[in-house]
Write a protein that binds this ligand. Structure first.
Ligand code: IMP
Ligand code: MG
Length: 184
């Protein structure tokens, strides 16, 4: 039976199965990347888009980690980040001297993640790396690349698996292109 939410997307570009496989790879990358580090790794998720990705990812990592979250308002839900980002909820963890892995749903212009990194640097962590579920190609406004990304995607407005359009569609188990008629 077709789920009703399929009517909001014109096509599915990443299926549930592909997502699961990619997240397994991402977890393996984390285990390998930090294999020589015994001290604490703090995963910092950027809400709300990180929720499905970080949820699945965290259960597949084979080392001890801790988790914290930030809420950053940067996006008006329509086309691209037009306003300057603002931290509306900061992490509670003292990250001084700790290794931080930022977990993002998508990097588009790069403004959000750049802003977050600058803020976190002030707390003097041992290192900051970036893992993103999706990486939008050809649209970066700041020079910044993630250390790991699960998928490179074209410059289309996509929804699902954490990504929203006006707060909807985050719960979809796939990544799809929002139907053009719904935009605006
Ligand atoms: P950036 O600051 O331009 O890199 O934008 C990052 C934020 O914009 C992400 O965390 C998303 O919330 C949002 N975003 C960017 N592209 C899309 C999209 O295609 N669909 C839904 N949200 C998006
Ligand atoms: Mg986001």
């Amino acid at each position: 039976m077709k789920k009703s939410y399929y009517s909001n997307v014109s096509k599915i570009i990443i299926s549930k199965n592909k997502i699961k496989k990619a997240i397994k790879k991402a977890a393996k990358w984390i285990d390998y990347e930090y294999k020589d580090i015994d001290s604490e790794i703090v995963l910092v998720g950027i809400l709300k888009g990180c929720i499905p990705f970080m949820g699945q990812l965290s259960t597949m990592i084979e080392r001890d980690i801790s988790m914290d979250f930030m809420n950053v308002s940067s996006f008006n839900g329509e086309d691209s980040a037009k306003n300057l980002p603002k931290i509306t909820m900061d992490i509670q963890t003292d990250i001084k001297g700790k290794h931080v892995l930022l977990v993002e749903d998508i990097i588009d212009s790069g403004y959000t993640i750049k802003f977050v990194i600058d803020k976190l640097q002030q707390k003097e962590p041992a290192s900051i790396k970036i893992i993103t579920f999706l990486n939008k190609n050809g649209v970066r406004k700041v020079e910044l690349e993630p250390n790991f990304s699960c998928f490179d995607i074209p410059n289309e407005f996509i929804v699902g698996f954490g990504l929203d359009y006006k707060e909807k569609c985050r719960n979809y188990e796939f990544i799809g292109v929002l139907r053009k008629e719904l935009l605006g």
